[in-house]
Structures are given as structure tokens and as C-alpha cells.
Design a protein around this ligand. Structure first.
Ligand code: PLP
Length: 435
């Protein structure tokens, strides 16, 4: 029997991790179990989870209701192709999703990851304009600091500076960018919106759609912006006759305090992407939802159909667990739960504001962000957080949490307390040792 030490060694020698080098000596921890809001390491330590495995595990690990849904579907069938065949899990999931998203959306495309859902959204927009007799509309307008995934179309609309554009220049399609809107707690002189409108004025006849993350920009900077900005953007899309794609992959399913980010601004997109928490973090599934009008025009395009169809489209296991996850969410007072978390996170992170290494602390729904004054992460931060008993994975100059909603009242302060303790410790070590 290989021991966790053996797997770790094999892993180091042969397996890629996200955004990692081979033969890297970056720390890596072996997981042997996970339950509720805890991750169990091979050495027996239990870490309180602040990441919900990148926004997805909203109901915690090993939830009995989700386990049961998955097992029940395994006993029926795990998968069938979706070309020419359909099944109850896909139909019921589509029904449920279309009930809870804005009324503008009427059709669902099930994709196998968030990035693919974004690719499909971009394709839909291009094919829609082809169907409308404007095939020259093939570019996208977005805002800086966005993140939409790691496939090439999605990458092209990620932030051009922190989003790998330089590396893949010459291959990536080039898109139009407007400045990121000011943060919610910064003054707004209206210039970001003006610059956005100028792009539409100048390039409107080439632009197929505007794409952005509503209310919270995630991996591109963990930025929270005002609902008014989103409302204005939606109005400008109408005025300049372009489509609006909202990427709700991170913000969906209650995370920001509303069921979807767009609900903060009462905005109705033409196309919307969901993913991440869709299956409660059990497996990979995403969906691209689209209005009837756009869907109809897509089918008027030369192709006559939407040109996408992944092998594992609408995987029945994933659809079953997604349906169970949404029902579980809606069956509880999730909004009160997320509000309580918001208060606890705000309270727990407030002391960080006084640390000189901290530039900003921002909280919305069950998301807490501490932005550091440094450009990069202080070395050893990840290890210190693990030593403090929490699983938090900072990136760039951001230490942030979005815990499972099932995190217990005595666990959440451990997360926020660990952030404060580790950051203050950095502070004092720095003070003790002049540069
Ligand atoms: C994570 C994320 C994606 C990409 O989803 P994957 O499942 O990782 O491909 C796209 N958009 C947003 C806003 C995300 O947070």
C-alpha cells in the first residue's frame, strides 16, 4: 500500500497543479478526507476550509443529501451521450435553473466547465449576430480586472495585464477593454462608465457582446463594485444594441448575498454563465443560459444550429447532484445564513484594517478579502495559515475567504482570526529585522 508520502513524491515528479511548475518545491498537502467545513490531511491535521474549493463547495464536504442524489443516479446510469438522447436529470435541472435566473433567460446549454460555458457564451453572441445579418460583429467589450477562465476565448476577455495576454500574444483574439469600475468604497467620478460608453460608440458595430462579472470581480482582483455601475452598463448595452453576457460562475448561488450577482442591480442579461457552486462542488458542470430571442437568432445563422457539443454534455451524475444542491439551497433560509456570515466575516476581519501591511478589507455576502500593500505574497504565508489550522489559498496580494455556508459559528472566527494572526506576525517579524 503506497503511503501518503509515496503519493506526494509521485505527484511532485509527474503531476501538474494549477498554475504550477514541474519539479516545484511549492508546498503541497495530501488530503485523505473532508467533511462539513473541514479538510483532513494525511498527517491527521484537520483544517477549517476558507475556500469552499474555489467557490464551489457551498454545502460543505460529504453532505448526506448530495451523496444520496449522486448514489441514486449511479444506480440508474452514470452517463449517456446527449446527442439525440435526453434524461430526467438534465430536464429537471434546466427547469430549476430557468426558474431561478432572471426571466429573460429561456434556454440552457450544459457545458463541462466554467471556461467552456464562457466559450459557448462567446460563440452564441457571434452566431446570434451572424443570424441577424451582422457577421462582422465578432469582438467583445469587457472591463479590466476580469476573469473568465483559462481557455483561449475566455482568456482573451480576462484582464490584459494579469491575464496571460503577453505570453499568448499573436494567438489570442484581441478584444476591447474599458477601465474597471471603482471599488464600492472608492469615490466614483463617473469616468469609468464614460470610457466604457466611448468604446461602444467607437466600436459598437464590431462588438458582439459585453461580458463581465456582476458585482464581484473574482480571480482578477477580488473587487466589489457598485450595483449602479452594472445597471448603467446594462442600459448602455440596450442603447447601443449589443448583447450582455453576465459571468455568474463565481457569484452564483447566494455567494454575494443575492441568489445571483445580477439581482443586486435587477439586471437581465441576454446570456448568463453559471458553474462552480452549481453542483455544490461535487463535480464539474456549468451552464450557459440564453434568451429566446438570442437563441432564435443563433439558429438563423449560416450554421443553422449552435456549434458546440461536448462529449460529457449534461452528464447525468453532475445534473442530479446539481439539482439536489440547488434544492438544498432553496429549502433553507440561505439569505439569512449568508447575511450572518457577512457580519461574522466583517467583524472578524475588521482588526486587519489596522495592520500597516493591509491596504483594504472588503466583504460582501460570504466573501471576505484582505488586500495587502505588497505586490506579491509574503513568502511562507500559505504555510503559516496551514500551521494555524486553516485552508486559505492567497494569491497575488490577496488573502481571501469564501467558506462553505455550513461552516459553524465557532469555525468561522478561526478563519478570520488566523488571517489576522498570520498577517500581524509578518508585521512583527518585519519590524524585528530591518531590511
Ligand atoms: C472560475 C471561473 C471561471 C472558469 O471556470 P472553470 O470551471 O475553472 O473553467 C470563469 N469565470 C469566472 C467568473 C470564474 O470565477
Amino acid at each position: 500500500m503506497p503511503t501518503p508520502t509515496d503519493w506526494l513524491k509521485y505527484d511532485r515528479d509527474h503531476i501538474w497543479h494549477p498554475y504550477a511548475a514541474v519539479h516545484s518545491d511549492a508546498p503541497l498537502w495530501a488530503v485523505v478526507g473532508a467533511e462539513g467545513a473541514e479538510i483532513e490531511l494525511a498527517d491527521g491535521r484537520r483544517l477549517i476550509d476558507g475556500m469552499a474549493s474555489w467557490w464551489s463547495v457551498i454545502h460543505g464536504y460529504r453532505h448526506p443529501v448530495l451523496d444520496k442524489a449522486l448514489k441514486a443516479q449511479v444506480d440508474r446510469f452514470a452517463h449517456v451521450m446527449f446527442g439525440g438522447l435526453t434524461h430526467e436529470p438534465a430536464v429537471r435541472l434546466a427547469q430549476r435553473l430557468l426558474q431561478i435566473v432572471p426571466d429573460s433567460l429561456h434556454h440552457a446549454f450544459f457545458a463541462d466547465s466554467g471556461s467552456v460555458a464562457v466559450e459557448v457564451a462567446l460563440k452564441m453572441a457571434i452566431q446570434c449576430w451572424d443570424g441577424r445579418g451582422q457577421p462582422q460583429r465578432k469582438a467583445f467589450l469587457t472591463i479590466r480586472n476580469g476573469y473568465h477562465g483559462d481557455t483561449f476565448g475566455a482568456m482573451s476577455v480576462c484582464d490584459p495585464e494579469n491575464g496571460m495576454h503577453t505570453l499568448f500574444q499573436g494567438f489570442l483574439p484581441s478584444q476591447y477593454f474599458a477601465p474597471a469600475p471603482p471599488l464600492r468604497n472608492e469615490p466614483d467620478d463617473g469616468s469609468a462608465l464614460e470610457a466604457f460608453e466611448q468604446q461602444l460608440q467607437r466600436h459598437g458595430d464590431e462588438i458582439a457582446a459585453v461580458i463581465l462579472e456582476p458585482i464581484v470581480q473574482g480571480a482578477g482582483g477580488m473587487r466589489i463594485y457598485r450595483p449602479e455601475y452594472l445597471r448603467e452598463v446594462a442600459a448602455l448595452c440596450r442603447r447601443y444594441d449589443t448583447l450582455l453576457i453576465l459571468d455568474e460562475i463565481a457569484t452564483g448561488f447566494g455567494r454575494t448575498g443575492e441568489l445571483f450577482g445580477c439581482h443586486h442591480a435587477d439586471v437581465e442579461p441576454d446570456i448568463m454563465c453559471v458553474g462552480k457552486a452549481l453542483t455544490g462542488g461535487y463535480m464539474t458542470l456549468a451552464a450557459t443560459l440564453v434568451s429566446d430571442e438570442v437563441a432564435t437568432d443563433i439558429c438563423r445563422s449560416d450554421a443553422g444550429a449552435l456549434m458546440h457539443g461536448p462529449t460529457f454534455m449534461a452528464n447525468p451524475l453532475a445534473c442530479s447532484v446539481a439539482l439536489a444542491s440547488i434544492d438544498l439551497l432553496l429549502a433553507q433560509d440561505w439569505q439569512a445564513r449568508v447575511q450572518t456570515m457577512e457580519q461574522q466575516i466583517s467583524h472578524g476581519l475588521a482588526p486587519c484594517r489596522d495592520l500597516p501591511i493591509v491596504r483594504d478589507v472588503r466583504v460582501i455576502g460570504s466573501i471576505g478579502v484582505v488586500e495587502l500593500t505588497t505586490n506579491e505574497l509574503p513568502p511562507g504565508l500559505q504555510e503559516s495559515l496551514v500551521a494555524a489550522g486553516v485552508w486559505i489559498r492567497p494569491f497575488r496580494n490577496l488573502v481571501y475567504i469564501m467558506p462553505p455556508y455550513v461552516i459553524r459559528d465557532e469555525q468561522l472566527p478561526v478563519l478570520t482570526g488566523a488571517i489576522f494572526a498570520v498577517l500581524s506576525n509578518l508585521q512583527s517579524t518585519r519590524g524585528d529585522n530591518p531590511p
